[in-house]
Design a protein around this ligand. Structure first.
Ligand SMILES: C[S@@+](CC[C@H](N)C(=O)[O-])C[C@H]1O[C@@H](n2cnc3c(N)ncnc32)[C@H](O)[C@@H]1O
Length: 379
């Protein structure tokens, strides 16, 4: 199926036009895959481009399939390329066909692959990105490909990949929260945990605004448990706020990507019970269900040493910065998850909220290359 179940019969004339087309299509993919891991069919340049520029918009990619035996076992932007003869379709919820000009051929191969599962209803869906499109930019593709050779090191090769302790913790978090992986998120959460460690020994609570299924709160609590081993950490000085119903309505600064996520009902697949389960080792965690800003009024007025703001949108990011910065102890840190750079500025509202807050309060902040941004409270 086409992920948006419509045929556009569009002529795409440049890579830039193709990128805009993808940006429009990809949010619907999350709904089509029910947030499960996906496979990508085709290990060519299209997939490298997709991962490099749209990694943050993709659901977790379990593996890439390719019919070329020479590619098997290699990595493409950190994801393993597998033999369709041995990779199991049961492990994914969808297969995204990753090619422009050869999409129809690869889609047929993907259909064969999912056809190994006898019962049609149990087969992963085969998602075509460009069904009905025609491509008319052969020369420009070649130019773009030549240029890429000089920019081979993408974000997926970041330092976080070389830290086995962090990666083991991160993988535990994926399992506890029962969410798929995403290389951009892995890089951002590497920063998150290292910044949390900087606040060790300061007084105050930790907090997370926007927990979804509990992955980053799990990482925060586990790290605190290690840091505070002398005084076993039961979670009671960690606060979570979330609607547990997904995003609030985006506003003008948020741009079109958030609007599409909102329409697709993204991040609603969670509950307080699920997060309690993910954080069962920390039964004292204070979970507050409700919409920001109203829910912030229900919190006990306590000082904070570290806050993770991961609510994606201009209004709630702005409200959280106002609320938590005022309660941050000297040396305390706020990490905003979605500042950017992210491909094509997917969450522009977060960056605008950070810039406006910084200008209004007269406090600088540091945007990091993985996409998160850091505020530190001065003494
Ligand atoms: C990207 S997810 C958070 C991801 C999470 N930190 C993790 O580790 O997976 C964004 C979260 O923000 C929440 N959210 C967005 N807008 C909100 C608002 N106005 N009030 C409360 N929660 C909100 C959503 O429910 C969602 O769980």
């Amino acid at each position: 199926m086409n992920i948006t179940a419509r045929r556009d019969n569009k002529v795409i004339r440049s890579i830039q036009e193709r990128d805009r087309y993808l940006e429009d299509r990809l949010p619907a993919l999350h709904q089509a895959t029910e947030s499960g891991p996906i496979a990508v069919y085709g290990a060519g340049k299209h997939t490298a481009h997709l991962f490099e520029h749209f990694g943050a918009l993709l659901p977790a990619v379990a593996f890439v399939l390719d019919d070329n035996p020479e590619a098997w076992g290699q990595l493409i932007e950190g994801v393993r390329i597998c033999d369709p003869g041995t990779a199991r379709p049961e492990e994914v919820t969808a297969v995204v066909v990753s090619s422009d000009a050869a999409e129809a051929v690869l889609a047929a191969r993907a259909q064969e692959w999912v056809g190994q599962i006898e019962e049609p209803a149990r087969r992963p869906s085969v998602c075509r990105l460009y069904d009905g499109c025609e491509f008319a930019y052969e020369k420009r593709v070649r130019k773009g490909q030549r240029k890429r050779r000089h920019h081979k090191l993408g974000p997926f090769y970041g330092a976080h990949r070389l830290e086995p302790t962090f990666n083991a913790l991160y993988d535990e978090g994926l399992e506890s929260a029962d969410v798929g992986d995403n290389e951009w998120r892995r890089a951002r959460f590497y920063n998150l945990i290292n910044l949390l460690k900087l606040t060790a020994g300061l007084d105050g609570f930790t907090a997370e605004a926007g927990c979804f299924r509990g992955q980053s709160s799990y990482l925060i609590c586990r790290t605190r448990a290690e840091q505070e081993a002398g005084d076993p950490f039961d979670g009671s000085t960690h606060v979570i706020v979330d609607s547990f119903e997904g995003l609030s309505e985006p506003t003008q600064p948020d741009g079109s990507f958030s609007a599409k996520l909102y329409e697709a009902g993204a991040f609603a697949n969670t509950s307080v019970e699920h997060v309690r389960g993910a954080l069962r080792a920390f039964p004292g965690v204070r979970i507050h269900k409700g919409w920001i800003p109203a829910v912030l009024g229900e919190l006990e007025d306590v000082p904070y040493r570290f806050v993770h703001v991961d609510v994606d949108l201009y209004e709630p990011v702005k409200d959280c910065l106002e609320y938590f910065y005022a309660r941050l102890v000297a040396g305390g840190v706020i990490v905003v998850d979605d500042h950017g750079p992210v491909p094509n500025g997917s969450y522009p509202g977060c960056a605008i909220a950070c810039q406006e807050f910084s200008a209004r309060v007269g406090v600088p902040f540091a945007p990091l290359s993985a996409g998160n941004a850091v505020f530190v409270k001065r003494g």
